[in-house]
Write a protein that binds this ligand. Structure first.
Ligand SMILES: Nc1nc2c(ncn2[C@@H]2O[C@H](COP(=O)(O)OP(=O)(O)OP(=O)(O)O)[C@@H](O)[C@H]2O)c(=O)[nH]1
Ligand SMILES: [Zn+2]
Length: 335
């Protein structure tokens, strides 16, 4: 992946306040020299649960310090805490700083919220959970998740569940040109391969209802139901839907479940943002006409990406895959 300036991804609200992400925060640091670092594991209106030093055994409830104003703080954020960081019952620490994010996932805007807010920060990977049958795979969903990964700075991993019901070959072939790591699971076989891929990392999980995501989470995280239940109970019945929660893996690392997320927001993503993630095409795209959608003829007849294939610098399937992703984004724009 081509290096990007992730500072510009700091804001969850992409439609307004576009310049705020570059405001230096370092000024405040000396004031809180005694702060401890923690990872946000869940959010509930005005209260953030944080794992000190990323240790799931040391959780602290915190509020946002006044000086941060309305700075968004989401699951996965790395924060600095001051005040009572003991984590004892009825204590409250203060979040005084949010570190620059290394990756972001945004949820789509909807009727209740016109902005594509960041819901997960700093995840290294996104596990895209798709059933091979019952429900059948939705490739459009996978494609949009891939775009969210490539433009948000995450490594996508495809997880194909219910392999006892259907063969994975067709879907694996479809993504062959994207070098997409793929894990195939079934409820009657161990999840060792998947666990190995997740251990030691922070991985967000996404999948449609019924694909077997909860089944997987419960096998990967022994106390998952308990942990998720506790968080959901906090804001019950008060317009609160848990959109993300980090659950600790027994051998280290975290999975961030996203129960409230049906799709990721891509309205801010441009065709060029996607092409930039494909190193072999990024340079050629600079020779395209202004505003090129890179889809090739007939909509973009002068697109320079075809020349890369003509010169044998990339396989045709790779460009076809890239264009499928571009089309999936365009589909989002069309509503
Ligand atoms: N045949 C088969 N069924 C499975 C497998 N994994 C899960 N299921 C079943 O699929 C159904 C849905 O599984 P869940 O884990 O609840 O799916 P989910 O994606 O969490 O769905 P929601 O809870 O609605 O979000 C359940 O009836 C599971 O028993 C599998 O590998 N093979
Ligand atoms: Zn082009």
């Amino acid at each position: 992946m081509v290096a990007k300036d992730w500072r510009t991804l700091d804001e969850s609200d992409v439609r307004v306040r576009p310049g705020k992400g570059s405001r230096p925060r370092s000024k405040r640091r000396p004031k809180h020299a005694d702060a401890v670092t923690a990872m946000v594991t869940s959010v509930d209106r005005g209260r953030w649960t944080c794992a000190v030093d990323g240790d799931p055994a040391r959780t602290v409830t915190a509020m946002r310090a006044r000086e941060l104003g309305r700075t968004p703080i989401v699951v996965g954020d790395s924060v600095s805490l001051v005040g009572d960081t003991s984590g004892k019952p009825d204590t409250l620490a203060r979040i005084v700083r949010v570190a620059e994010r290394t990756s972001v996932l945004r949820r789509t805007a909807d009727d209740t919220d016109p902005y594509e807010r960041v819901v997960v920060a700093n995840a290294k990977q996104l596990l895209i959970v798709t059933a091979l049958a019952d429900p059948p795979p939705r490739t459009g969903f996978i494609d949009r998740c891939l775009v969210a990964c490539y433009t948000g700075g995450l490594q996508p991993v495809l997880c194909l569940t219910k392999a006892d019901l259907a063969e994975p070959d067709e879907i694996i072939d479809r993504y062959a040109d994207l070098d997409l790591p793929t894990v195939v699971t079934r409820h009657d076989a161990p999840v060792t391969e998947l666990a190995d891929r997740l251990t030691g990392h922070v991985t967000a999980l996404v999948g449609h209802s019924g694909v077997g995501k909860s089944t997987l989470v419960n096998r990967l995280v022994p106390d998952a139901e308990l942990l998720t239940g506790e968080v959901s109970a906090i804001g019950k019945g008060k317009h609160t839907s848990v959109t993300a929660i980090a659950l600790p893996l027994p051998q280290g690392g975290w999975v961030i479940d996203t129960p409230g997320i049906r799709s990721f927001g891509l309205a801010h993503v441009t065709a060029n943002d996607i092409v930039t993630s494909f190193a072999e095409f990024a340079e050629a795209a600079e020779h395209c006409p202004p505003g090129c959608g890179h889809l090739g003829p007939p909509s973009d007849p002068d697109c320079a990406l075809d020349a890369v294939i003509g010169e044998g610098e990339a396989p045709a399937g790779r460009l076809a895959s890239l264009r499928r992703l571009l089309a999936s984004r365009a589909g989002i724009d069309a509503g």
